[in-house]
Design a protein around this ligand. Structure first.
Ligand code: GLY
Ligand code: MN
Ligand code: MN
Length: 441
């Protein structure tokens, strides 16, 4: 076991303790692992544990259920999982088994997953409240209801069935929103390696290559650093493909005179990076490309300045919208008074998404954006993306021809710190001069 793993095991333990304090004695929390899914005959998709489950357990196998019973004498943390299977070990590698669940993953007790229906109802007996992620897994929802019904039938024997069901996610997601020092370190590494990949893409790009050639360079850089999976399918979008927000076909030829938009981030020990850069295929921006790019960059820089403790979630977005709208008027792409254009959301023709989202174990990470009906305030330890863009689709008849087909987004990962913020993905060039210099070197 590496030292890094040890750090994370301590983290998982600390999280379980925190969860148990909130759940409280007399209650129970239950969470199931992600299922393995079939890609096609005899072939499974690469397995990725459910983020909530991994956050608490560090356990990366399917067919597992974690149970938390604060104050239970025989053990508070119980893990149901696959038993060690010698035959399977030969084909697909060793699994933890019940012994591993206890000794490596810190379970107080472990049982075979096949015994779940027999054992879990007894654990539910006389618990008042069940914390459980309802509505995520139909089969598991149904089983839980069956266990509860079994207990209800025993009420004349003096057994109490649970009376309250509470969403476990709400608790967990508030915890996940606040990143610990160890989590921040992992996110820093994910962002650093993703930045290296973007630099490599800029250095390799030239007309005549295809989008997938650049995707290969990104994946090469992720993998050679030990990060085998991207946090989401990379978007490598040349020319007008950049105006398709979730373009992942990545099959077209890269043309002289076009821009290339790359939105790609690696996943590092379950933590995501999410980085976008846009640059000219041939290494030099044309005048219209330069104007749009600089405007998006100005909006991004102004938005990043708003990231600090105490700021409300919407401040970076509102700032980006203001800068973009003013700039669009200046370039003649919008006409009218800026406040009215903002109020009427006229910018949405060219900027139709929000300026960011939480970032963490999921690329669009969990956590509420509002507290009551107010946008929530940023706090140190939260991580978000800042990613304004402008997209002028080709059939857009209302704009001069020179703008058509230009799509630009610039996205960085930003940690809220005690005094302001830290841009985790700052290593990738961002200014026009820096990009042109790197590409021509
Ligand atoms: N890569 C998805 C996003 O930027 O939100
Ligand atoms: Mn992105
Ligand atoms: Mn994003």
């Amino acid at each position: 076991m590496t030292e890094k793993m040890t750090i994370m095991h301590n983290e998982h333990k600390r999280r379980r303790k925190q969860l148990m304090r909130t759940v409280g004695r007399g209650n129970i929390a239950i969470i199931a692992s992600a299922s393995a899914t079939v890609r096609n005959n005899d072939v499974e998709h690469p397995y990725r544990q459910n983020s909530d489950f991994f956050y608490l357990s560090g356990f990366a196998e399917p067919d597992a259920v974690a149970v938390f019973i604060p104050g239970r004498k025989q053990g508070e943390y119980i893990l149901f999982c696959r038993e060690f299977d010698e035959k399977k070990a030969l084909w697909t590698g060793k699994n933890a088994g019940l012994h591993g669940a206890r000794t490596v993953y810190g379970a107080d007790d472990a049982f075979p997953i096949d015994d779940l229906d027999e054992i879990l109802p007894r654990m539910l007996e006389n618990r008042a409240r069940v914390y459980y992620p309802m509505g995520r897994d139909t089969e598991m929802d149904q089983r839980l209801m069956e266990w509860v019904n079994q207990l209800r039938q025993q009420s004349r024997g003096g057994v109490h069935a649970p009376v309250e069901f509470v969403s476990l996610e709400h608790l967990l997601h508030e915890m996940r929103l606040q990143k610990s020092a160890a989590e921040i370190q992992l996110m820093r590494q994910a962002a650093k390696i993703s930045a290296q990949a973007h630099i490599r893409a800029m250095q390799t790009c030239r007309p005549g290559l295809h989008e997938y050639h650049i995707e290969a360079e990104l994946m090469h850089e992720f993998m050679r650093s030990g990060l085998r999976f991207p946090a989401y399918p990379p978007i490598v979008a040349g020319g007008k493909n950049a105006c398709i927000l979730h373009y992942t076909n990545n099959a077209d030829e890269l043309k002289e005179g076009d821009l290339l938009l790359i939105d790609a981030g690696a996943e590092h020990q379950y933590y995501a990076a999410d980085v976008t850069r846009t640059f000219p295929v041939s290494g030099r921006f044309s005048e219209p490309q330069r104007a749009i790019y600089q405007l998006v960059l100005d909006a991004q820089q102004a938005a990043i300045k708003k990231v600090r403790p105490g700021a409300r979630w919407n401040e970076p977005h509102d700032t980006a919208v203001r800068v973009l709208t003013k700039g669009l008027v200046k370039l003649g792409l919008l006409r009218g008074p800026v406040p009215k254009l903002i109020k009427d959301e006229a910018y949405k023709i060219f900027y139709m998404h929000k300026t960011g989202h939480w970032l963490g174990m999921d690329v669009h990470d969990v956590g509420e954006y509002k507290a009551g009906n107010q946008w929530r305030r940023l706090e140190p330890g939260m991580v978000l993306t800042v990613e304004p863009g402008l997209y002028i689709p080709e059939p857009c008849k209302r704009v001069a021809k020179k703008w058509r087909g230009i799509g630009v987004r610039i996205e960085d990962d930003v940690l809220v710190t005690k005094n302001g913020c830290e841009v985790l993905s700052a290593d990738v060039p961002r200014t026009i001069a820096e990009i042109e210099q790197l590409m021509q070197a």
